[in-house]
Design a protein around this ligand. Structure first.
Ligand code: ARG
Ligand code: ZN
Length: 847
């Protein structure tokens, strides 16, 4: 049943031209297709994918084919019926967008017709070879009385009730898009470097057009950046973005017509937080960058997904670090990588960056493909250098424009451009699992030696892991804090390897894995004081933060396992950083952020300790209290001095100030029971401050009146009401979580078929670590019951959310039994989707 990388075979026909006509109707949409096909291999039958399509008619070169009946997966025309040369196949099918709750194919969101085809949604629209290596030019005619009718490419002609679009660039079907609705545009333009003035439109529902300016600005900056940094220019006469409220993920890079989850487009000071702004900027850039890395050069098959996703994430990360603070951005990326990808890589869902088998491809849009895929490119760049990277990328665009390419093609351009052999490096693509890097050091006669040992634990289906190439960025500091060795990249290729540094006058302090130069777990039992020293002196900001982080984790671990007291060196180190006005406020805010509870559970589990969620929760609170007490004299002053009463500025500097101010407010709330937060909430002039203060209040067991007022004020704004749901669940006390979440599911605004709303309650439920893993099992059961319910309408979002259970075997046997019961209740559900069935099956195998 699984699809295998090893089974790849080219499609035996080329599609020279696709012409589609859509007669839109909520329940009875007719799709007429005319495919110009040409056999490339003799005597092959023609397989076309198609799912849930009502076939109205089918003809070949004008002659009806009445005897061809589709099965559940599509239709096959036997070789005997096919001409040996070019031919035309015409089909008419009927579909019902209004009842398409899976949000894949053509569906309706708030009265707007829209599509989502990646990975395999086009087969729910018409019969077609729905695979990324079949690329063709599309011509689309839309007939509908909706005022705005959009598809890919360039507008060709239109009249009352119809419009035609022509996309000159051959593309795979997963990049097809169609939108029809009562929409208004926020418009601007961008003049490309060769002087083409290109209209840009962001299409939204009437009333939302005043919340598009930031996304538009991000788009213009993305277009300029891709020209400057990668030499990539936009290639159509118009660029359209549409925001819809019902969307399974973030956004989609359809050629010339990106479709977005509205939460990644709409922003205004009073409705969006700084985190929202940052995400919008990143995702706008990400989808735009796909125009070259994904669309002009696409993937041969879905096993190569990281070819476009890893590279496009890497590009959006570069963009964001150019737009904002590079170290802060890197720290944020490291946090997400560990929270999502390391978690995945250490559990039952671990898979290689390039998998070699899948049951449902939608289940492989993972942190490993995206985030680790980007890390692998970052390592490549470090190994070949900036010039080598640039040469390789130029060659990639040159050689593969118009291709459906593979990871082999990608690595070959690096080999050809730089002369490097990447055979061993390729293991980063083929081998799952996070390497653990142990390090020991030695000092003798003026020579300092670092010895590294790498080991990757087994992952499902991959018991043995040969050594990988690990770029280890290293700096050495003298005891007085001077840097005696500036950042140098050590290239580790063996299972164990030593590196010697001579001519030093004193034993140095090593700063290892600077900039987080490889996605590995560094196992270093640092001598006492080393982390505190690095927190105070490291010249590499990422490692400076990392030192504080490592120290906090060590302290928390001892508090959890030995009942230790919060250590003074951590508190002193954090105080010094927080009070250092030379440091970026965003950086200081990151240093103040305690390790997440799930992160602590992951760390304890990896070191062989069964994590106790309640003990972790309690220890984290105690540490926060101790830090608050230590900082008590400075908190009110900092909160006051960081206040900004001018107009809202969504930029990184102002956002950093807000982040630091809210971090201080969070600490102060531990001391004053919420007095300051109550005032801050009343005075908040933007959503960041409002939601931040509200979170503090909820943590302190207050905020009931504020919650009511918040709902009143924002009724009717779906994105803000999502936050209202989410904040209550995230900040519920662990033993009240299931009750709070259950009550919210009974609220009239809990529209569970809307993925954003569902996630705002159920996603938050799983993120409330101590609450979700409550020993009663109530959190597990509540989520399982809702996943069962959602699966019947939306398998993709259900399967994705089932990953909440991927860590279940970390915990004690009672919790495991509860989680296993919940998982089994999902697995046993008659009619469970393939998506959820695959995920729950893999997760259960860990037991
Ligand atoms: N390509 C899109 C992006 O990276 C995501 C598409 C996700 N599709 C899916 N079936 N999960 O922005
Ligand atoms: Zn992407």
């Amino acid at each position: 049943e699984p699809t295998l990388l090893a089974d790849y075979a080219p499609f035996p026909f080329t599609v020279e031209q696709v012409a589609l006509t859509f007669r839109l109707h909520p329940q009875h949409t007719r799709v007429l297709s005319r495919l110009s096909l040409k056999p490339t291999t003799e005597g092959q039958p023609l397989h076309l994918h198609g799912e849930n399509l009502t076939l109205i008619s089918l003809s070949l070169n004008g002659a009806p084919l009445p005897d061809i009946a589709p099965d559940a997966e599509g239709l096959t025309i036997p070789a005997a019926l096919l001409p040996a040369t070019a031919f035309t196949l015409e089909a008419e099918v009927e579909i019902a967008p209004e009842t398409n709750t899976a949000l894949e194919g053509l569906y309706m969101s708030g009265g707007i017709y829209c599509t989502q085809c990646e990975a395999e949604g086009f087969r729910k629209i018409t019969f077609y070879p729905d695979r990324p290596d079949v690329m063709a030019p599309f011509r689309v005619r839309i007939e509908s009385d909706m005022p705005v009718l959009l598809s890919n490419g360039n507008p060709a002609a239109s009249g009352p009730g119809w419009a035609e679009w022509v996309d000159p660039w051959p593309k795979p079907a997963y990049l097809f898009a169609l939108v029809a609705g009562d929409l208004v545009a926020h418009s601007a333009s961008f003049t490309t470097r060769s002087g083409r003035a290109t209209p840009l439109n962001i299409w939204v529902r009437p009333g939302d057009e005043d919340r598009c300016a930031f996304a538009m600005d991000a788009l213009q900056r993305s277009m300029a950046w891709d020209e400057q940094v990668y030499g990539r220019e936009y290639d159509l006469e118009v660029f359209n973005i549409v925001a819809v409220d019902d969307f399974n993920m973030g956004a989609m890079e359809n050629k010339g017509l990106n479709i977005f989850n509205s939460k990644l487009v709409l922003a205004s000071a009073d409705t969006a937080t700084d985190t929202d702004y940052e995400r919008i900027e990143r995702v706008i850039a990400h989808e735009y960058f796909h125009n070259w890395t994904g669309n002009r050069i696409t993937c041969r098959d879905w096993f190569q997904l990281c070819l476009k996703e890893g590279l496009t994430v890497f590009r959006d990360q570069q963009f964001m670090s150019d737009m904002r603070s590079a170290p802060v951005k890197r720290i944020e990326d490291v946090l997400t990588l560990r929270a999502r990808q390391f978690r995945e890589d250490m559990g039952p869902l671990a898979h290689p960056v390039r998998p070699d088998a899948y049951v449902e491809i939608n289940n492989f849009y993972t942190a490993t493909i995206y985030e680790k895929g980007a890390e692998v490119i970052g390592m490549l760049k470090r190994l070949v250098g900036d010039a080598g990277y640039k040469a390789a990328l130029d060659l990639y665009f040159d050689r593969h424009d118009g291709d459906a390419a593979t990871i082999e093609d990608w690595l070959k351009v690096f080999e050809d451009a730089t002369g490097r052999d990447l055979a061993q490096f390729k293991r980063w693509y083929t081998d799952a699992g996070t390497p653990r890097l142990a390090v020991e050091d030695d000092w003798q006669d003026g020579t300092y030696t670092l010895t590294f040992r790498q080991e990757t634990p087994p992952t499902p289906g991959q018991p043995d892991k040969p050594p990988r190439v690990i770029p280890i960025a290293l700096g050495l500091l003298a005891p007085n804090g001077d840097e005696v060795l500036p950042t140098t990249v050590l290239e580790m290729t063996e299972g164990q390897q030593s590196f010697r540094f001579e001519g030093l006058s004193a034993r140095p302090v090593p700063s290892i894995l600077r900039g987080f130069s490889a996605p590995v777990v560094l196992d270093r039992t640092a001598p006492p004081g080393e982390r505190a020293f690095l927190l105070a002196h490291d010249t590499d900001p990422v490692n400076r933060w990392e030192a504080g982080r490592g120290l906090a984790k060590e302290v928390l671990a001892r508090m959890v396992t030995e009942g230790a007291e919060p250590a003074a060196d951590l508190l002193a180190g954090l105080e010094a950083v927080v009070r250092d006005e030379c440091l970026d406020p965003a950086f200081r805010a990151l240093c103040l952020r305690m390790p997440a509870e799930d992160d602590m559970a992951q760390t304890l589990h990896a070191s062989g300790v069964v994590p106790d969620p309640d003990a972790i929760h309690a220890a984290r609170k105690r540490l926060q209290l101790a830090l608050a007490q230590r900082l008590a004299p400075v908190l009110p002053g900092m909160i006051a001095s960081l206040a900004n009463n001018g107009p809202f500025d969504p930029g990184a500097a102002a956002a950093g100030q807000r982040a630091l101010r809210l971090a201080c407010l969070g600490l102060l709330t531990r001391l004053d029971g919420g007095e300051a937060a109550t005032r801050a909430h009343a005075q908040a002039g933007n959503m960041t401050d409002s939601l931040g203060a509200l979170s503090c209040l909820l943590d302190a067991g207050r905020g009931a009146a504020e919650l009511t007022a918040f709902h009143q004020r924002w009724q009717g704004n779906r994105l803000v009401i999502d936050k209202w749901f989410m904040v209550q669940v995230l900040h519920a006390a662990p033993d009240r979580l299931a009750e709070v979440a259950t009550t919210l599911t009974r609220h009239p605004d809990f529209d569970w078929k809307n993925p954003n709303r569902f996630r705002s309650v159920m996603g938050a439920l799983a993120e409330n670590h101590a609450g979700f893993h409550h020993p009663s099992g109530a959190g597990y059961r509540l989520l399982a019951d809702w996943l069962i319910k959602l699966d019947a309408v939306n398998p993709q979002t259900t399967a994705r959310m089932s990953t909440a259970f991927e860590t279940w075997t970390r915990y004690d046997t009672d919790r495991q039994a509860q989680a296993q019961g919940a998982l089994q209740s999902i697995a046993a559900r008659p009619g469970l989707s393939r998506d959820t069935g695959e995920m729950v099956g893999r997760i259960l195998k860990a037991g």
